[in-house]
Structures are given as C-alpha cells and as structure tokens.
Design a protein. Sequence first.
Length: 214
Amino acid sequence: MIVAFDGNVFAGKTTLVNCLAEKIGCRRIAEHTFFVDQIRREKKYSPEFNEHLRYLQVDNLRQKAVGKGIVMLDRSFVSLSAHIYALYFFSGIDLREKHLQSLKSLLRQKKTVIPDFYVFVSCDRKIAQKRFSAGQSAFLRGTPKMFIEKKYFSAVVKFNSLWQKEIVNGCVVKSNNSGCNKLAQKIVRLKNEGGKKMSSKSIINLTSKIFFNK
C-alpha cells in the first residue's frame, strides 16, 4: 500500500512521514529532489518545462524502491501537477497541456507511481514562512523563494483541496502529533481493508478538470 504526502513546502510532510514510520514501521521514499540529478537533461521544450520533465521522470526511479507492506511516498505526481497549476497563476507561464501530455505518456508506460491513498498536509503560510526563514534550511534544500509567495502558496492549497474534494481515497491533515496518531490508525485500517487505485484515465481527467476549471 502506497501512501502519498503532498502539500506546500515546509508544511511538515517529511516530519509527518518520519513520525508515521516510527509508529507503524514502513518503507519511506524520499521526494523527487533527492533523485532528480540522476535524470538527464533534455532539450525538447522550454528551459522551464525541460526541468519539470526531469521531475516527472523521477518516478521511474522511485518506483523501484516500492516494496511490500506500507510505503510512505514523500510527494507524488499530485505535487508536480500542483506546481504547474500554481506556476500558471503566479507568473502566467502555461505548461498545463505539456504537463498533461507528459504525465499521460508516463502513466501509459507505467513509469509513474500511483498511490493507494493521498494525504494533503495542510499548513498555515505564516508557519511555513517561519520555517523557510529559519537558518539555512531553505538554502540547503534549494527551495525557490517563489514557493513561499502568497499567490503561489495559495494556488498549491487550492489544487490540493480540489483534488481531495474529488477523490475517495484521501484526506487532509495538519502536521502535528495528533494528526500523526490519527493518521497512523487510519492507514493501518486501510491496509487491512484493501482498496483500489485511481486509473490512469481518472488521474488525467481529474488533473485536466482542475487545471482548466471544467
């Protein structure tokens, strides 16, 4: 069973994943940033999308780490879709169609990890800002300042909220101890009950619906 954790930067996703791993014992798969240097750069599109395409292709590496039992996935394709959505509203750069085409192709080739359950880790922007400004953590993680800007941050929240509204296999949590305890119980229960992954078609249809407000 694969559980994905998506949301804004410094929302507490990794902290929540580590908390859950300690409570229920499971495999953890790091976010795209830790794998992207293994993906070669292409020159098919604009510089912005060429870099984004590398992140989309990371799942072909991450899926090799998926094993039996419960797997915690730090960011899924949902985060990458949310970025494209937020980028459009923040700067007017429209990569939505290219993203959909590339995601559809990777899904068809089975090179994208499809989670069984989606967790949107919610966090107040002021809290994220404080975490961003604390020490050199943002610098060390290479987090662009744009990601913490109000317009971008809010767009990511909107995308994830709309995603959660349309699916049955997901939930929204705050990254605190209480959220960790309740979510751990829920995940164990879901594993025992079993479930059904979203199809590639439903993923593309939902992403397109949110992108273009259809």
